[in-house]
Design a protein around this ligand. Structure first.
Ligand SMILES: [Zn+2]
Length: 262
């Protein structure tokens, strides 16, 4: 029995869809709560090659939401990317996994994105998101943004047919005191998984059925249990997609991984 038959039986997916996934390379930036779930579904879906980037080792406060890690990984102080590659290989040995234990930063941003068909933003700070937006705009690559903090989650697909970029929606990085952080506001464990799941679904659609992939902002409020879909618009004065100014990528902004904000 074909292991992917539950996907290929869907008319919009089919054998061609599976062949597309098998021939695709995906970059995943971040191995946190969203990254663990998102990478699991992409590996199980049979993506041909997954490059996963994260600089951290597994910590005890990660375990309530980062489903690929165990207490032993914490005791052994194992690099997250190493554990993720090992566990995803156990789930699907057909996938080529490339763990990269580095911070995603201006110096390596374009080389890590080279040759990939899709980028999944599972990072936890605005600086990385701004950088990813500039890389994906400059290189014309589709990507999916996901973030969560407290009980709020956001997913935005940026398919090739996108009209707005991330900078059109988020004009500037908020001052640290103006946004809740994971340390201060916490994060509801299952919400991180939900955001990672929806990111993976949007990513699969971007690859298999790009014409069925629609740009909008998906907002999850886990307190009320309400989900909203919000239309996004291109800003005419956007410095990135409007004027081609790549200030994060070109090092014209002081670089530092900001506080964890989902
Ligand atoms: Zn823009």
């Amino acid at each position: 029995m074909d292991r992917y038959v539950r996907h290929t039986v869907m008319p919009w997916f089919g054998d061609n869809g599976q062949a597309t996934l098998r021939g695709s390379t995906v970059l995943i930036v971040g191995c946190g709560g969203t990254g663990c779930t998102c990478s699991s579904f992409l590996a199980r879906a049979g993506i041909g090659k997954i490059r996963i980037v994260d600089p951290d080792v597994v910590g005890m406060t990660d375990l309530h939401r980062q489903l690929l890690f165990t207490e032993k990984d914490v005791d052994d102080e194992r690099p997250k990317v190493e554990v993720v590659a090992e566990r995803l290989n156990q789930a699907n040995s057909e996938v080529a996994l490339e763990p990269v234990m580095e911070t995603y930063k201006p110096e390596n941003a374009e080389s890590l994105a080279a040759g990939v068909d899709l980028i999944m933003d599972c990072s936890d700070n605005f600086e990385t998101r701004m950088l990813l937006n500039e890389v994906c705009t400059r290189l014309s690559k589709p990507w999916v943004h996901g973030a969560c903090v407290g009980t709020a989650g956001i997913i935005i697909p940026f398919p090739l047919c996108r009209t707005a970029c991330y900078r059109c929606i988020v004009d500037h990085i908020p001052k640290p005191a103006a946004v809740p952080t994971c340390e201060g506001a916490g994060i509801l464990g299952p919400l991180a998984g939900a955001v990672g799941c929806i990111e993976a679904a949007e990513g699969i659609k971007v690859l298999v059925n790009p014409e069925g992939s629609r740009q909008r902002l998906i907002y999850i409020d886990a307190t009320s249990g309400e989900y909203e879909t919000i239309e996004v618009r291109k800003r005419d004065d956007c410095p990135v997609c409007g004027s081609g100014v790549y200030e994060f990528l070109e090092g014209r902004r002081p670089w530092g991984r900001g506080p964890c904000v989902g």
